[in-house]
Design a protein. Sequence first.
Length: 266
Amino acid sequence: MAIQRFLPYMTWPDVKAIDKTNALVVLPVGATEQHGHHLPLYTDTLISSGVLELAMERLEDEVPAYRLSPITISKSNEHRGFPGTLWIGAKTLYDVLFDIGRSVHESGFRKLCFFNGHGGNIGILHAVTRDLRDEFGMTMFAGSAGTFMDEVTLPEGVDPREKTMGIHANFTETAIIKALTPDLVKEDKAKPCFPDYPETGIGLVGKGYGQWKTEDWSSTGVLGDPTHVTDEIAAEILENSVSGTVRFIKEMVAYEYAKPTIEDGL
Ligand SMILES: [Zn+2]
């Protein structure tokens, strides 16, 4: 029998008995937010927790990695105005993640990854992983199902702007949801949306960052091209993200900080 990797299914003595030297805990960070007319609100939660679960099933028994139940509501205020979007603010999300990190540390673990499904969380993840590293000396990671993904070749017919501007309810998200939970995809409602981003060098793909909300760019909630997703491509993209996540987990388990060389002779 494969080892139990879902921490909430263990007893506390089971957790106590884990060799924590390199053991990694991974928390999926999902969302409940609009994903256009064709994908469920739960898309980012399904992707982060689904890909992680499949990746963990493939690990050899000697790889010490454990997963937690996902956070299902996070910082989605850019999707306000679309019914069904639920969100917590930046400060609340920071506090939730910091407190989870502290209790993972209190349980004896030294390595923790926030496995993110929602782009709107990235700024907070950078700040809180740094602070947990600083406060508790933990080895902290943030990444996603796409972190170690190989480049995806888009099929004929998909708008080429998807490559750089497809960020939400787009081709890749539609493919992974179609592969994981096909009944939740309303394919006949999948339509591309690429607004006329200003060509000033500021914006989604410019050198400067102009802050935005989804309603600034899209009336459907889609930012990208979610069409032409066949069963074969969906399976291929899911496999790409699962095998990439297996690599990512192994890299994190093996990860060590390089000791700085002593140059000042002290
Ligand atoms: Zn999403």
